[in-house]
Ligand binder design. Sequence first.
Ligand code: DGJ
Length: 728
Amino acid sequence: MSITFDASTKTFYLDGKGMTYAFFINEHGYAEHLYYGQPIAHDDLSYTRERGVQSFVVKIPGKENVNGLCYYGQFPTELSFFGTGDYREPTVAVTNAAGDRLAELLYDGHEILSEKPAITGMPSMRGGETLVVHLKDQFTAFACDLYYTVYDDCGVIARRAVYKNGAKTPVMLNRAYSFAMSLPGGDYDMISLHGAWATERAVQRTPLPYGVTSVDSKRTTSSATLNPFMAIVGKTTDELQGNAYGVSLVYSSSYVLKAEKNESGNVLLTGGINDFDFAWKLGAGESFETPEVVLAYSHEGLGGMSRQFHDAYRNHLINPRYVRSHRPVVINNWEGTYFNFDNEKLKAIVKAVAGTGIDTFVLDDGWFGKRDNDRSGLGDWVVNSQKLQGGLTEIINYVHSLGMNFGLWFEPEMISEDSDLYRAHPDYAIGVPGRARCTSRTQYMLDLTRKEVRDAVVGAVNKILRENQIEYVKWDYNRNVTESFSLGREPERQAEFAHRYALGVYDLCERIVNANPDVFFEGCSGGGARFDPAMLYYFPQIWTSDDSDAEERTRIQYGTSMVYPVSTMSCHVSVVPNHQTTRVTPMKTRADIAHLGATGYELDTSSFTDEDRETTKAQVEDYHGMEELVLNGDLYRTEDIYNSNYFGFMLVSKDQNDALLTAYRRMGGAQVETKYLRVCGLDANKKYRVSGLDKVLSGSTLMNVGLLARFPRGDFGTVTHHFTAVEE
Ligand code: DGJ
């Protein structure tokens, strides 16, 4: 990994694992993009500059014929800005004191730092050599620092922008995106992850048309609707080969990512905080930090791109204490009891699985306040001693006496109208004074943009964690903001709400998650509606979806793995008929699919037979045998459930000595199966013992021939094969 500046050509070369990114400062001081792709030598790349389509050409006085080839609005840029002939999506939009909206950001020096500075109040990747390019408008002194960080263990670039008001009067930031990046003209497809409750992160691939195509959220959360991710790929790129450029935003509030194909066919990528319902008043001398965006490149197709993201997030984003450590195998009571439980019921659920290897009991929603359904109690983080006689202590002691850990559910960002907290502080709920507030799941949201509200939540949650021996917390979030408004904030600052909410959530996480370092935190949002890199910074794993049906989970886990490592996906074995789909799938299938993540169980185990216990015990033992691959392996998506009857995930250890293939067939048939399962990621020159085949075969044979599928008869079956390298 290295960042090099060639002073003779004013070119920056950013070399990371498997990639080079190059741009230069052109003759007029603009940061002009040159190249992003496979590693190349540090040649003079000026010959790659192209003329671009000439149409309604704009000439900037004194800068006619910008770059000698094309006018400003055409050349590939590192930062686009409005007002002087660039009609593409601007990266930044500012209203100056005079009312004009110009900011011509030109080179004003650079620094190369050996370590990346953290972002104030926001999660970001750790480590990596960092380039900071200073850009400045000479007329207003409005400035922007562009940050670029590269790593030697993953093919990503972390980028962000910091905007600075160098003037003596405030300016309004109307848009403050994190980055701009250019790709040369060509035919591309765009990939995004769309969804809703129970259908999170479904893969969508569409041709990239001329004009602006975007993914976004206006929900003050990253949302299940569209994940803060997009990939731009070549037409022939597939799972295994071809150029893939991924963009993943480390942010949990309203965001937008845009791909704009202009009249020359060039593509400009930009985005960050959604400027829909955004304005930020930047006082004289103040700075505005934008969230980090992580760009991943691979010439090994979508699979290669995903592996870069997985390594980046495991090595540099997720809490190092937990990211590679043994994951709790939980029994969660939600689907087993919903709100209807008491001590006896919970104890029966736990007792039934004690000794099976399940090591943590997570008590879900309903343990606090007046919480017998989802219409009351949120905000009252005190035990409901009618349900749990003996308080939390009794059930916690019981769980501990069986040698298991105890976990507890919270929804810290919410407040029910029917709660003591609301009765005491109705003003804590988000809303516009005098107007009715919308409810969602019969609840309101707390105004986390206000410090006194955050203090109240931190006090209540940390009190429970301090006074009880709790090893695990599930942090849920079950609605989205409406009526964005903060009491006490000046009118011209109300459009700062969505970003201030994100900063509020991060502050809450710092003061609860980071203040309780021995507690393992799992994220959740009505299923997986806030599954984003910023949340992963605090929560090493996130509940992937409320849809626990194994068939539907294959698609959800496939899509989620585009960006996120399998170890971050919390996945549970649940009962059949499945509560969400009514589908009946075999127990083995449910476990095989759940084990392709941070596994657990979520059903009423109090009626378990001895056979159920033994089955569970064997499954958990299996999981422990493969956990190392789940935590640290390279993922290959070997079968595409979106375009076939099959799903396949292969996890391969970094040294390629150990691997596991789990394949699934949706519908069985009457006839003999002639399907060969694809095998990927092995060392072609090593020999492997293949479980279920009782044979030693070379990596080259396995990867070229594949394995004849031997699914059990019927629908929804799975097969697994372990590959162990053997000495010849
Ligand atoms: C939504 C979550 O996704 C579920 O797992 C469960 O915790 C419920 N909330 C509880 O209300």
